[in-house]
Design a protein. Structure first.
Length: 357
């Protein structure tokens, strides 16, 4: 999404330059930027001096009481504002520019075909005119942006990224009300892929890009699945797990880091995990059926998220998918002061690599 100024003028876009693909001629601003992630159960930030893997200067989090944010929607704005304001002051972030993640639950991506004779500067106007006729979205008043897939003589194939304007506006207004300056937004699938791309061998990744990549963000109550092909997010699906947030209890682990622990029935948790694995298999099957990529096997699986037992989950997925997911378990990212950044901050770190553009 582009800059957030004077309301919501930003648009969701496929940020190719931020992943590294086709970015040789693009200059990323070298400026300090706060990157903020708000989930149903937690707020996290990474403050970065520059958009690089080792540009972070500080990070922090605060857990949210149940009911303040529900499925990405702000349910109790006053309580959220009060908590965020308190911690913006505590973290010394006031008056800083901030970029944030749009809730997964409201973002959609669609592959469309448009006439090739429409000038680039008129494409968005054309799409707005087509809303409700040839283009149907599950919400009114969207903000969106596009990315080209292929250009042909008679038609162009594009990706349309959209979210409800009201939701994005609520987040931007919230951040402004606590003394922050929202300037950009992103989607979580791109942030995670950006971190993966920046932290791995670029030549190998360019070869891998010819095959689809499956990214899975496994959180405490939801699972976000995205398929990325040739550096582009082709598909997004979110699934809600039938798990109560009250059955997750925050405890200090052996490293003294606050982490969620499941306190409910173990067999039921296992059942829900298996349901999610089945849903992910259906997503893969659907993608192959609509893109005719039956011959293209998933080359890589990325597994991230707040689910505290990712290593066990990775082994279960290896049995189901035949590939052991990449979990960043061997990646060690540090702040400029050499403080180790815990994996739970990797989504915010991937957002920090965006650089506010």
């Amino acid at each position: 999404m582009r800059a957030v100024k004077a309301g919501v003028r930003n648009r969701i876009r496929q940020d190719r330059g931020s992943t590294g693909a086709k970015s040789a001629d693009r200059k990323i601003p070298k400026k300090k930027m706060v990157s903020l992630v708000i989930k149903d159960h937690v707020i996290r930030y990474v403050d970065a001096k520059k958009p690089s893997l080792y540009g972070a200067t500080s990070f922090g989090e605060v857990y949210l009481p149940s009911g303040i944010v529900q499925e990405g929607r702000i349910a109790d704005p006053e309580r959220l504002r009060a908590m965020l304001k308190e911690h913006v002051q505590k973290w010394k972030l006031r008056d800083r520019e901030v970029q944030f993640i749009v809730p997964d639950s409201v973002v959609i991506v669609r592959k469309l075909e448009i006439p090739s004779d429409i000038p680039d500067e008129e494409i968005k106007g054309y799409l707005y005119l087509e809303l409700g006729t040839s283009i149907h979205l599950p919400f009114e008043d969207p903000v969106f942006d596009i990315d080209y897939l292929e250009r042909h003589e008679d038609k162009h194939e594009i990706l349309l990224f959209a979210a409800p304007e009201q939701v994005v506006k609520e987040y931007a207004q919230l951040l402004s009300s606590v003394g922050l300056k929202p300037v950009a937004a992103d989607i979580s699938a791109l942030a995670i892929y950006r971190l993966y791309y920046k932290s791995n061998d670029k030549l190998e990744l360019e070869l891998q890009a010819e095959a689809p990549l499956l990214s899975i963000q496994f959180d405490l109550q939801s699972v976000m699945v995205s398929i990325i092909h040739k550096h582009k997010v082709m598909l997004l699906r979110q699934f809600k797990m039938n798990l109560s947030i009250d059955n997750w209890e925050s405890q200090l682990n052996k490293r003294g880091v606050l982490t969620p622990v499941w306190t409910g029935d173990e067999s039921y948790l296992t059942y829900e995990i298996n349901v999610m694995i089945s849903e992910i298999q259906r997503v893969i099957g659907f993608y192959r059926s609509v893109t005719h990529h039956h011959e293209d096997e998933i080359d890589k699986i990325i597994l991230t998220g707040d689910y505290p037992y990712l290593d066990d989950l990775a082994l279960a997925m290896q049995e189901s998918f035949g590939k052991l997911p990449f979990t960043f378990s061997k990646e060690l990212f540090e702040t400029q002061a050499k403080d180790l950044i815990e994996p739970k901050y990797y989504l915010a770190l991937g957002l920090a690599l965006k650089g506010g553009v």
